[in-house]
Write a protein that binds this ligand. Structure first.
Ligand code: NAP
Ligand code: G4F
Length: 342
């Protein structure tokens, strides 16, 4: 009998970690994830796929650990012996990275280095090959040097978060070239979903639309509405991560839709979808501005399409509407349960 493939995911409780887990389970993998100890539950996004590990059919396992704790990363790696490692863990909020730069860099940059070192030693000691995915970001292009941005576009990071991602990107290439590690960088442009964290602008807007239509909120306070992003659907993007690790050679890939839209356009579709005009509800709050902004992102995914056969399946308009609909349905369910409605 052939053994199941084993994968290890850091950041499994996040948006992408949850979709990637579902994807890998469907492919027949045994999925292991690293979660952080928290004083309250932090597994909302993966609760629906969790099975008691005592059950024979269980293929989904969680391990306590942290990217700032190298010893534990090593221990988990040795114990699980995964063939594929997806490094999705990060303090991933750009604005917050200006408030907590040291912690962000420790997690994003040093965390990646700790994991690469652990894999390097494990591979050397056992001779077992490990394939590594690094969750890189279009934020690395920052003050863009070329439009649209592709794999060869120079980086110009504009936040502690993106500086750390650039470090992780180059360290991943360094380990590939120095130690013959099968290591890939995905350079992913913004990707969203109903599971997107509530403080990222897209989800903040779609949640507000749901709450405004339910009479629970009157205004939404936002920062810069002129920034433009290349927004795709998270479920499509985790498929690209997996495809990268199935190739004959490791490489780096841009994953994007090749379309860009402003926050204003996002607001327009979201509010119009429920028959409202966004200008009646949006207020400015400078608290949401960043010391340095990334004005325009638009990715050229030609290489990814050609080499991985990857295509996005959801348009920008569909994405906005599905997020609004999902937040409205979630609120309706809460209402029926009588929670949060006085
Ligand atoms: P997310 O929803 O913010 O999830 C981040 C995950 O990292 C969570 O599981 C979080 O755990 C975990 N984490 C945070 N600090 C950690 C630490 N010190 N040790 C271990 N785990 C830690 O992010 P996402 O949107 O899924 O993105 C996944 C990855 O792709 C991130 O690396 C992000 O920077 C990168 N990325 C995202 C996008 C995007 O548009 N979504 C685009 C490009 C790149 P808790 O649940 O306990 O907080
Ligand atoms: O939704 P955002 O916070 O996402 P941002 O900064 O583009 O970063 C996300 O995508 C990156 C990929 O490019 C990831 F690497 C990163 O981890 C994260 O997932 O902000 C988008 C834009 C920004 O220009 C911001 O200034 O929206 C603008 N914005 C305006 N008002 C706001 C707000 N952003 C947030 N979060 N909150 C606001 O009230």
């Amino acid at each position: 009998m052939t053994q199941r493939k084993r994968s290890l995911i850091t950041g499994i409780t996040g948006q992408d970690g949850s979709y990637l887990s579902e994807f890998l389970l469907e492919k027949g993998y045994e999925v292991h994830g690293i979660i952080r100890r928290s004083s309250s539950f932090n597994t909302d996004r993966i609760d629906h796929i969790y099975i008691d590990p005592h059950e024979e059919k269980a293929r989904f396992f969680l391990h306590y650990g942290d990217l700032t704790d190298g010893t534990t990363l090593r221990r988990i790696l040795e114990e699980i012996e995964p063939q594929e490692v997806y490094n999705l863990g990060a303090q991933s909020h750009v604005r917050v990275s200006f408030d907590s730069p040291e912690y962000t860099v420790d997690t994003v940059a040093m965390g990646t280095l700790r994991l690469l070192e652990a894999i390097r030693d494990y591979q050397h000691r056992t001779g077992n090959q490990v394939r590594f995915y690094q969750a890189g970001s279009s934020e690395m292009f920052g003050k863009v040097q070329e439009v649209p941005q592709k794999e060869t576009t120079p980086f110009y990071p504009r936040s502690p978060y993106s500086c750390a991602k650039v470090y992780a990107h180059w360290q991943t290439i360094n380990y590939r070239e120095s130690y013959d590690l099968f290591a890939c960088n995905g350079i992913l442009f913004n990707h969203e979903s109903p599971r997107r964290g509530e403080t990222f602008v897209t989800r903040k807007i779609t949640r507000a639309v749901a709450r405004i239509t339910a009479g629970l909120q009157k205004k939404i306070y936002l920062g810069n509405l002129d920034a433009k992003r290349d927004w795709g659907y998270a479920k499509d993007y985790v498929r690209a991560m997996w495809l990268m690790l199935q190739q004959e050679q490791p490489d780096d890939y841009v994953v994007a839709t090749n379309e860009t839209h402003s926050i204003r356009e996002f607001l327009d579709i979201a509010f119009t979808h429920v028959g409202l005009t966004w200008q009646d509800y949006v207020e400015f709050d400078e608290r949401y501005l960043r010391p340095a902004e990334v004005d325009l992102l638009i990715g050229d995914p030609s290489k990814t399409k050609e080499k991985l056969g990857w295509e996005p399946s959801v348009t920008f308009e569909e994405l906005v509407k599905l997020m609004v609909d999902s937040d409205r349905e979630a609120l309706e369910k809460t209402k029926q349960l009588g929670n949060g409605f006085d």
